[in-house]
Design a protein around this ligand. Structure first.
Ligand code: BMA
Length: 326
């Protein structure tokens, strides 16, 4: 029996077959990085960013650090999900509450289609990092909601449907600095405003994920559970190393881990992942999936400088996680 993927058809999403002789679960796009650091005249770097299908093509929300080294998020559009036009101006959120809507900084956005609109979550500056939330219908007007949590928190990732009658979000409580710890938690909300019923999903474990972990793309619903791709951090004598791995979570109680991969799916190995503003970082924030074929394209920030894509199939990742479980 094959693994069934719940989701839409995306027959034209970016894809390259696994290179001959490659046995890796994920393989990189030949023309990585797809977004150079200087795509905008004002950009220092464009990296941890999220993309989704939109109308006849694709839209996204991009982390752009400008040349003043301010962290902003911008909307962007593409017909093929590889060549991107990014709005030179940051997103100007509409917010009815001035206290919440005063922009301090924003980074590491995720985008999730739920029911009738696209929700954006990001690391939002409010007396320290916390999880900002907004929605849009068109990637032109963005309506900001209350911050989901108190500071300090990062890596807020929504589930694409209500579970047990409530919205679900993963997050990673942290500190005000570079956070030498961090587990993934699951929180629930009846209305996208009040979040509670917090449950621990997974703690940092040994090896590539020994210092801290954080959810990446929107979890993918499969017949084997929610496929969660996440980043894990190891502390080396030269600092943090960010890799990506995967786990399967229970469909109805996603804080219950069914399987968790022991080896990473991908670690920083190419020059553009090892050399940049922050060396040795692959940081996944989004995935496009064609449900019938299970083809997957993971979008990830490389060395906090540029954006790359890696390909794989849901069935291969599920099998890898089960066969190599922690
Ligand atoms: C994390 C976040 C990410 C970044 C990573 C590596 O704390 O700031 O945006 O990619 O560190 O520097």
């Amino acid at each position: 029996m094959g693994v069934k993927v719940v989701g839409e058809q995306l027959p034209n999403m970016p894809w390259q077959d696994r290179p001959a002789g490659c046995s890796d679960v994920l393989w990189r796009y030949d023309n990585n990085p797809i977004i150079p650091r200087d795509l905008l005249p004002t950009s220092n770097s464009i990296f941890n960013s999220a993309v989704v299908p939109f109308q006849d093509g694709y839209a996204g929300v991009f982390r752009v650090d400008n040349k003043a080294r301010e962290m902003k998020i911008h909307a962007g559009f593409s017909s093929n999900a590889l060549d991107w036009t990014i709005d030179p101006e940051p997103i100007d959120f509409v917010c009815s509450d001035e206290e919440v809507g005063t922009f301090v900084y924003g980074y590491d956005p995720r985008v999730c289609w739920i029911e009738d609109r696209y929700y954006v979550t990001w690391c939002n500056g409010y007396h320290g990092p916390t999880i900002g939330a907004a929605y849009t219908y068109d990637f032109q007007a963005f309506y900001q909601l209350e911050n989901a949590f108190l500071p300090f928190n990062r890596n807020g990732v929504l589930f694409p449907r209500k579970i047990g009658g409530r919205y679900g979000m993963l997050s990673r409580p942290s500190d005000n600095g570079h956070t030498p710890f961090g587990d993934i938690f699951y929180s629930q909300s009846p209305d996208m405003e009040y979040w509670g019923r917090h449950r621990q999903v997974m703690a940092a474990a040994h090896g590539w994920q020994s210092t801290k972990i954080g959810a990446g793309p929107i979890p993918i619903e499969t017949s084997e559970g929610w496929l969660m791709i996440y980043h894990g951090v190891l502390t080396s004598c030269n600092g943090f190393v960010y890799s990506m791995g995967a786990a399967l979570l229970d469909l109805e109680e996603p804080w219950k881990v069914l399987y968790r991969g022991r080896p990473y799916l991908m670690s920083p190995q190419r020059d553009y992942e090892c050399v940049g503003d922050v060396p040795n970082v692959v940081f996944p924030c989004a995935a496009l999936v064609d449900a019938p074929s299970g083809r997957l394209a993971v979008y990830y920030g490389a060395a906090d400088t540029v954006t790359g894509v890696a390909f794989g199939t849901v069935a291969d990742i599920v099998a890898f996680v089960k066969d190599n479980a922690l």
